[in-house]
Design a binder for this molecule. Structure first.
Ligand code: COA
Length: 177
């Protein structure tokens, strides 16, 4: 039996955070960097446990997105990963359901940067591909992030969005989307 728990970063002990970090480094391999782990912190985590083993993780943290002159409070999903030997059993869906409840209850919009592998999971859950240009609010002004075009997905939660317009994210170290 597996169970999904949600908790803020502040309420996870060091051993649990280390297990989550190790899971993400194992799943993403060379593509995972310390900045990516840092991006997953400071918000709510969804953790799937099988006994005392952590088999799936995702988190949602707050970011600001600029869209058509409006600043949106975005629930940004990070670090979604299911241990390789536990996939296709619905754990990814369980993590997303837990995070989507938080997005719907606390934010203007949900957003994430998708891997090709996870697009099916997200679109099944109602996430939509951003069609317009993406950019980031960098220390030297708004800069296009053309390499991220097509890889950003949003969950509409009440604020009307024009998916073909520009979407700008706030600044951070590492991958901005
Ligand atoms: C993407 C990822 C999180 C999905 O996790 P998962 O636990 O396999 O997800 P689910 O089991 O909920 O859904 C995956 C598929 O299994 C199917 N499935 C779910 N339960 C099933 C079951 N009991 N029997 C058979 N198939 C099942 C789902 O319908 C879905 O099918 P689809 O791919 O045809 O849509 C996982 O593959 C992963 O960790 N990938 C590497 C990291 C990654 O890319 N993360 C995303 C970052 S943006």
């Amino acid at each position: 039996m597996s169970e999904v728990h949600t908790a803020h970063t502040a309420d996870l002990d060091a051993a649990t955070l280390e297990m989550a970090r190790a899971l993400l480094f194992a799943v993403f391999g060379d593509e995972m960097e310390d900045d990516d782990w840092e991006h997953a912190l400071g918000g709510m985590h969804a953790l799937v446990w099988e006994g005392d083993e952590l088999i799936a993780h995702g988190s949602v943290i707050q970011r600001r997105l600029l869209h058509r002159g409006r600043v949106l409070r975005a629930g940004y999903v990070e670090g979604v990963a299911v241990r390789a030997d536990r996939r296709r059993r619905g754990h990814g869906a369980d993590v997303m359901e837990a995070l989507e409840r938080i997005v719907r209850g606390a934010y203007d919009v949900g957003a994430l940067g998708a891997t090709d592998e996870a697009v099916g999971l997200y679109t099944k859950h109602g996430w939509k591909q951003w069609q317009g240009p993406t950019s980031a609010l960098t220390p030297s002004g708004i800069a296009r992030t053309a390499e991220d075009d097509g890889g950003v997905y949003v969950l509409e939660v009440g604020v009307p969005l024009d998916l073909s317009a520009e979407l700008t994210c706030d600044w951070r170290a590492g991958d901005v989307w």
